[in-house]
Design a protein around this ligand. Structure first.
Ligand code: SF4
Length: 486
């Protein structure tokens, strides 16, 4: 259920500011320490991100308000976000072009393949130098060798113009040899080199640095072919040199571009006392990892909280049916998209114990494929509603430690449920296909919502479409109950 007052406030701001696209900061955490980083304006270490349900709501509701829908996933470092691939699939299912900005340190070949499989369209790698020592000084960590290897294999998976180097220039002088190294990289691995400036570099300095870089390029590689256009309210110049290297000059921080980014109803009427230091203007709608929509980096009075738009529910409505096989073709024809696969080994320490009048379950989960662990506490509210409280664990050692603590608290290990899981999603509804060791195959339909009539109807309409039989429905029994009664 949406709170229309807050939702309309957000939509009006998008339209009045003519915000060209959505920028989602999946996490505020990072594995590097770049000294110029503004963390997209987020407070440091403020949050690890939103739920998949919330991202699905955001993707669905905002898609009609960007023309065309485009999202850039960033952070902190977005590759640290545990459900990154699922978030990409969610945005793709609403027809967004999806881009990712990363420092590239975690971008190994396996990750690159998974990003492509999830549907990622473009990837930008922030880099300040191809010299190991300078890179270390800038990033605060010595991971240059790994990064270089990652850039080399990227060529196998991402083609031109899907991949860019965001060459981050602070007020350090520009070195000729650096430019030549970047040219070689661009030529050899078909990267576009996109120039980005530290926020402290003003319009005059931007223009003078651009001219200086162009001069070095022209002297070394001759006259390029030049294309100029306006993209996402920014003046962009593309320079293609005869040696095959491609450079992108983004005039975001120049006076003429400020005019483009502030020429809208909202900014024209802005009376912020900090308007003078607003270098970015109406650049993009940001969604921070702590759930705040931020239309511009300067003002706070135009922010909207996601929790005001979608009052949070942690109630899951679910129904489960035993099946002989999974009707995957039918599921896909109904518009469901596969989100993820996992192999979950759950160790239960409480099974079907009545606490405060509710059936209660407590388990330690180890998702072997995705390397995710959690400690989960569930209470059954009705035949279809479950209240869930979960906390992530760091590694399998945490599972052992938690197991020992539970034993000492007199909650001994009761049973294990070992299952392979495939998750499909269409809007609010998740379809979970489980193959459970010693029990067989099950389809679970899940909806995060409330116990209102409309939510019930959505669940049972899908049951009919999937031809699931009432006689095969599993009521008042979870997998651990079934294992124990075997
Ligand atoms: S602070 Fe800048 S971006 Fe924000 S409304 Fe004012 S002029 Fe526009």
């Amino acid at each position: 259920m949406i709170n229309k007052i807050y939702f309309d406030r957000l939509i009006n701001t998008i339209h009045d500011m003519e915000l060209p696209y959505l920028r989602v900061c999946l996490t505020s955490f990072c594995n590097a320490y770049c000294y110029i980083c503004h963390n997209e304006g987020q407070e440091k270490a403020s949050s690890g991100g939103l739920s998949l349900h919330e991202y699905d709501e955001v993707a669905k509701l905002l898609a009609p308000h960007f023309h065309p829908p485009r999202v850039v996933l960033t952070g902190g470092e977005p590759l640290l976000f545990h459900d990154l691939y699922e978030v990409i699939k969610i945005f793709k299912s609403y027809k967004y072009t999806v881009g990712l900005v990363t420092n590239g340190i975690l971008l190994d070949e396996h990750t690159q393949k998974k990003l492509l499989e999830s549907g990622l369209d473009t990837i930008n790698i922030s880099l300040n130098s191809l010299d190991r020592e300078k890179h270390q000084n800038f990033y605060g960590i010595d991971e240059f060798i790994i990064l270089k290897k990652n850039l080399e294999v990227l060529d196998k998976h991402f083609m031109y113009p899907q991949k860019k180097i965001n060459w981050v220039i602070s007020d350090n002088p520009v070195f000729d040899d650096e430019i030549q190294k970047l040219c070689v990289l661009s030529q050899k691995y078909k990267f576009v080199i996109s120039l980005m400036f530290d926020v402290n570099i003003d319009s005059e300095k931007t223009n003078s640095l651009f001219n200086r870089i162009k001069k070095i390029l022209y002297n070394n590689y001759g006259e390029p072919s030049i294309e100029k256009h306006i993209k996402y309210k920014r003046y962009i110049e593309h320079l293609k040199f005869n040696n095959g290297s491609i450079w992108e000059f983004d005039y975001l921080q120049t006076e003429q571009n400020k005019h483009l980014l502030k020429n809208n109803v909202f900014c024209r009427n802005c009376h912020s006392e900090n308007k003078e230091i607003c270098y970015e203007g109406a650049y993009a709608l940001r969604l921070f990892a702590n759930g705040i929509f931020k239309p511009c980096l300067i003002r706070k009075d135009n922010e909207v909280k996601i929790s005001d738009i979608f009052p949070k529910s942690n109630i899951e409505l679910e129904v489960k049916y035993k099946v002989l096989d999974f009707p995957t073709k039918l599921i896909e024809s109904l518009g469901f998209v596969e989100l993820k696969r996992s192999h979950q080994v759950d160790k239960y320490h409480i099974v079907n114990k009545i606490l405060n009048g509710k059936r209660t379950y407590m388990r330690l989960r180890n998702d072997v494929i995705n390397n995710k662990m959690s400690f989960d506490f569930h209470q059954v509210i009705s035949d279809i509603a479950i209240e869930e409280t979960e906390i992530a664990l760091n590694d399998s050692d945490d599972i052992d430690i938690m197991g020992t603590i539970l034993e000492k608290l007199n909650y001994p290990f009761v049973c294990e449920v070992d299952k392979y899981r495939m998750v499909y999603r269409n809007g609010d509804i998740e379809l979970v296909l489980d193959t459970v060791k010693n029990l067989g195959k099950f389809i679970e339909i899940e909806l995060t919502g409330d116990e209102e009539h409309e939510s019930h109807e959505n669940l049972f309409q899908l049951v009919t479409k999937l031809s699931l039989n009432e006689k095969d429905r599993i009521i008042k029994k979870g997998y651990p109950d079934m294992i124990l009664s075997e």
